[in-house]
Ligand binder design. Structure first.
Ligand SMILES: Nc1nc2c(ncn2[C@@H]2O[C@H](COP(=O)(O)OP(=O)(O)O)[C@@H](O)[C@H]2O)c(=O)[nH]1
Ligand SMILES: [Mg+2]
Length: 325
């Protein structure tokens, strides 16, 4: 499914129902008595975060949302029905912005968190207590143009050069099945996968397309870099075989620089290094060289053959859950 993280929609709350203008007179009454009931309230537009959604893709095709009008009042003081709210579901991590004022209405982070984005119209008064004819009219509902802006929420952000094996890894350790190919930029969108790691599970987002100068807008990287912001731990994958003819040490340094240039707070986040493609013969000597130059712990793995993945997942779990349990 293509990834959409920024979309404009139109919402219109329901109008209030009209009050009833009826009058009643039985044979003993000299003057008619007002007996028209009030209208019902118009439905609000509610925007709600839902944990089962991961993109704003559906909004590419459906951009208009209406809530129902309140029911009209009836004779004999019968009140019109209040209209139900209309819920618009969005992924967690969506910010709702009012396009007219550019004001941020709310960031919806938790599952079920919601905001009333447009208020339904107030009801018209029935003739029972309307002073003027105009009082009987229901009020129109609010109408707004909204910008929905998504930043993925994931526990782990997976970074690395194109072709380092991010898609392969995420398909091995999670429920996600992205496209895999041996040419760069096969992944055109961040992919979110859930890893079931024993009792606990965590989410991993593949942040594709990072290359040198991504933070300046080169390649696809800057489109996706912002999705790193809401991850807790970074997993940096390095093609230790240098399949594309680059030195793994350079690859490491380039991504490291990109992260630092993009955001210092992202750069300082806990980061786990993994040396991928250890099934290839040239990887071992590269790894020795890497260890000497970069004095950090690195997990040797092969996403292709699944070797070393258990230790890697345990390390991620430890980093994510060590403080919470
Ligand atoms: N030999 C070997 N090849 C791998 C490994 N992991 C990924 N690849 C290959 O590397 C290429 C790029 O992989 P992909 O997962 O699409 O990389 P991405 O661009 O980082 O998502 C594909 O041809 C994969 O089959 C590995 O552990 N060993
Ligand atoms: Mg990929």
């Amino acid at each position: 499914m293509p990834f959409v993280d920024n979309v404009k929609i139109e919402v219109k709350a329901g109008g209030g129902g009209d009050g009833c203008k009826s009058f009643y007179r039985d044979k003993f009454d000299r003057y008619p008595k007002a007996d028209g009931g009030d209208g019902g309230r118009g439905g609000n537009i509610v925007i709600r975060a839902d944990r089962n959604l991961f993109t704003l893709y559906d909004f590419k095709y459906r951009k208009h949302f209406y809530a129902d009008k309140g029911g009209n009042g009836g004779p004999n003081r019968r009140k019109g029905r209040d209209a139900a709210d209309k819920a618009v579901l969005v992924p967690q991590g969506t910010t709702v912005i009012d396009c007219a004022t550019n004001a941020q209405l709310r960031e919806l982070l938790e599952d079920g968190q919601e905001i009333i984005a447009a208020i339904g119209g107030g009801p018209g008064k029935g003739s029972v207590h309307a002073n003027q004819e105009e009082d009987c009219q229901g009020q129109p509902g609010e109408q707004k143009e909204l910008l929905l802006d998504l930043k993925i929420i994931a526990d782990v952000g997976l970074v690395g050069f194109p072709n380092s094996g991010k898609s392969t890894l995420i398909s091995r350790i999670s429920n996600a099945h992205p496209k895999i190919a041996s040419y760069p930029f096969t992944t055109q969108a961040p992919v979110l996968g859930i890893v079931n790691a024993g009792v606990k599970s965590f989410s991993v987002a593949d942040i594709p397309g990072l290359i040198k100068d991504s933070h300046k807008g080169k390649g696809l990287g800057d489109r996706f870099l912002r999705h790193i912001e809401r991850t807790k731990v970074l997993l940096h994958l390095i093609d230790m075989a240098g399949v594309d003819g680059r030195d793994p040490l350079d690859d490491y340094a380039v991504i490291d620089d990109e992260l630092r240039a993009y955001s210092l707070s992202v750069y300082k986040r806990p980061r786990i290094l993994a040396a991928n493609k250890m099934d290839l013969p040239q990887s071992q000597s590269n790894l020795e060289r890497f260890k000497k130059a970069v004095k950090k712990r690195i997990f040797p793995i092969s996403a292709l053959s699944s070797s070393g993945l258990k230790d890697l997942i345990n390390a991620l779990k430890k980093e994510l859950f060590a403080h919470s349990s």
